[in-house]
Design a protein around this ligand. Structure first.
Ligand code: IVH
Length: 665
């Protein structure tokens, strides 16, 4: 077999595969592969056709705009064809585009308008004498589907142009999309109704727009950004893309605020990177930046090739979704007993990095998505988010796969870890819940009453009484102890959460540094590392914890169930009145426990230590103090009783006078 025959067979196969995917994507809104995998097929076919023009057929998908009208909606012919865009995937591709434009125009540098490439559905809105007459999807580029009734339900689409002198005919082109928040809300509603979940906002937008019943579309939070025009009668065409967008804005159309003007290729590349960096913060999906030659007369002289204009290019971002194989599923057991199944993947380049693992979140999620070892899956990595498995490519599931079952030993281990996590949470130096011992923690976890610490705060006395060996009195006491623990300090809570390698001292340093939880959660890695005692490892543990949606949900539930702490402003420790003072507490205090006294002294900047030394500023002695008192006398360290401690807490700035000396540092 010669190489050419091979290529011919490959091209035929690619054509067939691409048509099948087009039909699934456009005809049924049910794509079977990712956009990136589709782009790969199309690019391979383009490359073959470029190398062997004889292999190009009249019906090749490279020569047309994807999509054909489905029959459920009336076909509607566009006044002017809706073009598609050629793609650039690398800076070199973009520079080629720029060079071709400059050569054709005989210019040195081109002014481009940069627009986000929204990942939704192209729509053509036809306004007659200023009123929305019809709306059509792109379809095959010449004829689309009449979705007027559905489009009219979208509040963001102007039903009338905001001008006293509208053009007699104006086609406005835009993209209908669903925001991330809209998508989440829609899927939550679908879940509640037991209806099918959408794989991504684009599919959800497509499915919502192509409802035969507009009342369903009305309930879907669709939105639109407009970026161009088609046919125009009764008004002058604006001279530039910038003016065109501004004009659309004055007419009452939504135009993306993420639009920039750039002069020359270097500035365009910088803009592409800047928009790429902002991508994760946008509340909607974009898959690239569209660069358009600004001047419309230049656009006209450049014209088009096949169905794509020569004056515009879609500079795509590296794909955030890719397909790969699941090699194994492992389960990670967190310190607090949470089970996180992790898929081990055949390495795949996605979102700018090579991904080998992806989270499956939890057992329910695996079951819902029915991810199996051996499956072909769609992996997503957006921004700096942990890679996750979006779904299984069922069409490519090998015949011998089995549904995943969590190994029993791991489930036992998880219960054990949950118990340990709960005991740590309740321990004296953490939330200090008296009476929550080993046996009880076991029972709470294995009965399912407590899955995470926040569940403790929803327990009733009856819940506790129903547990084995728990009498009326002890149930009441424990309930009270849980209630009392609601009032705590941020440092205690942080320590209680069991973040790996975040001990009491680190928790306190963090609290002193940031003052409040929100600041910690929002802190970038570098800011966490500025905290004394926090090195790269601890900072990474903290960052991982604070970016885990489940952990944030836990914090929110703790707060919602009444766990609270005084909020301190982030202060330099040195500014606190007891900064630099080492204090030792000994004996039994009457008005507070030693831990409470220590917390209050620490809140004033003191370091509370366990043993008396020459560095000790003073000792606070309660009843029955012993060895430490003797040691203090030996070293000449001042000793206060509880009454003086109270006075000191009221006027901490007078501490030096109390001791008649400067703090030792
Ligand atoms: S201009 C004449 N601008 O991308 C050029 N398209 O592959 C026609 N799209 O069908 C398109 N954002 O669905 C243009 N700012 C933007 C766009 C955009 C998204 C979509 C649109 C179009 C497809 C082209």
């Amino acid at each position: 077999m010669t190489a050419e025959v091979d290529l011919a067979a490959r091209a035929a196969w690619l054509r067939q595969a691409i048509s099948a995917h087009d039909e699934a994507y456009y005809g049924r809104d049910a794509p079977r592969i990712s956009d990136a995998a589709y782009d790969d097929l199309l690019r391979e076919l383009q490359a073959i056709e470029a190398a062997e023009p004889a292999l190009r057929t009249a019906d090749s998908p490279t020569g047309r705009v994807g999509g054909s009208a489905v029959t459920a909606f009336k076909p509607l012919r566009h006044g002017r064809p809706m073009l598609s865009l050629s793609n650039a995937f690398t800076a070199a591709d973009f520079n080629d585009f720029d060079r071709r434009v400059r050569e054709r125009l005989g210019e040195n540098e081109i002014l481009y308008v940069a627009e986000t490439k929204l990942d939704g559905l192209a729509i053509n809105l036809t306004y007659v004498d200023g009123f929305l007459r019809s709306a059509a999807t792109r379809g095959d580029g010449t004829t689309g589907e009449d979705v007027t009734a559905n489009i009219r339900t979208i509040g963001a689409v102007a039903w009338r142009l905001r001008t006293p002198h509208p053009p007699s005919l104006l086609e406005i082109r835009g993209e209908v999309y669903l925001s991330h928040s809209g998508f989440k809300a829609l899927n939550a509603a679908q879940l509640a109704a037991g209806a099918k979940l959408f794989a991504n906002p684009r599919n959800a937008a497509a499915g919502s727009l192509r409802q035969l019943d507009p009342e369903i579309t009305r309930r879907r939070p669709l939105n639109i950004y407009c970026y161009g025009i088609g046919a125009l009668e009764g008004a002058e065409r604006p001279a530039s893309q910038q003016l065109l967008l501004a004009w659309l804005g004055t007419l009452g159309c939504r135009v993306s605020p993420e639009t920039r003007c750039v002069q020359g290729a270097a500035a365009a590349l910088a803009c592409y990177r800047a928009i790429g960096a902002r991508r994760a913060q946008l509340d909607y999906d974009i898959d690239g930046v569209v660069f358009k030659v600004d001047r419309l007369d230049w656009q006209a002289s450049l014209g088009q090739v096949a169905r794509a204009p020569r004056w515009a290019v879609a500079f795509k971002f590296p794909p955030e979704e890719r397909e790969t194989w699941v090699l194994a599923i492992d389960v990670q057991v967190g310190r607090t007993g949470t089970l996180t199944p992790v898929a081990r993947l055949e390495p795949v380049f996605v979102g700018g990095v090579t991904v080998t693992n992806a989270t499956l979140h939890n057992a329910d999620e695996i079951a819902r998505k029915d991810v199996r070892v051996g499956d072909r899956v769609l992996v997503r990595r957006a921004g700096d988010v942990i890679p996750e498995i979006v779904g299984v490519v069922l069409a490519q599931r090998p015949p011998d796969t089995q549904p995943y079952v969590m190994p029993a030993a791991i489930a036992d281990q998880a219960v054990n870890q949950s118990v340990q996590g709960l005991l740590h949470f309740a321990s004296r130096r953490a939330m200090d819940i008296e009476g929550l011992g080993d046996k009880l923690a076991q029972q709470l976890v294995s009965s399912g009453l407590v899955q995470d610490p926040a569940d403790l705060y929803a327990l009733t006395v009856e819940d506790l009484r129903a547990l084995e060996r728990s009498g009326d009195k002890s149930a009441g006491n424990l309930h009270l102890a849980i209630d009392i623990s609601r009032q705590t300090t941020l440092a205690r809570l942080l320590y209680a959460l069991g973040i790996p390698e975040v001990g009491e001292a680190t928790a306190r340093q963090l609290t002193e540094h940031f003052g409040e939880l929100q600041a910690m959660v929002a802190a970038p890695l570098a800011a966490l590392e500025e905290v004394p005692d926090v090195g790269p490892v601890v900072a990474a543990n903290l960052a991982r914890f604070f970016s885990d949606p489940e952990k944030l949900a836990l914090l929110e539930r703790l707060r919602a169930r009444g766990v609270h702490w005084p909020v301190g402003a982030a202060r330099a420790v040195a500014a606190l009145p007891l900064a630099g003072w080492n204090i030792v507490l000994t004996g039994t205090l009457a008005a507070f426990t030693r831990e409470e006294a220590a917390d209050r002294l620490r809140a004033l900047g003191a370091k509370v230590t366990g043993s008396v030394s020459a560095k000790t500023g003073f000792v606070v002695a309660g009843e029955d103090a012993g060895a430490k008192l003797r040691k203090a006398a030996e070293l000449g360290v001042p000793v206060f009783d509880e009454a003086r401690l109270q006075q000191l807490l009221a006027r901490p700035e007078e501490v030096a006078q109390w001791c008649q000396m400067r703090p030792l540092s």
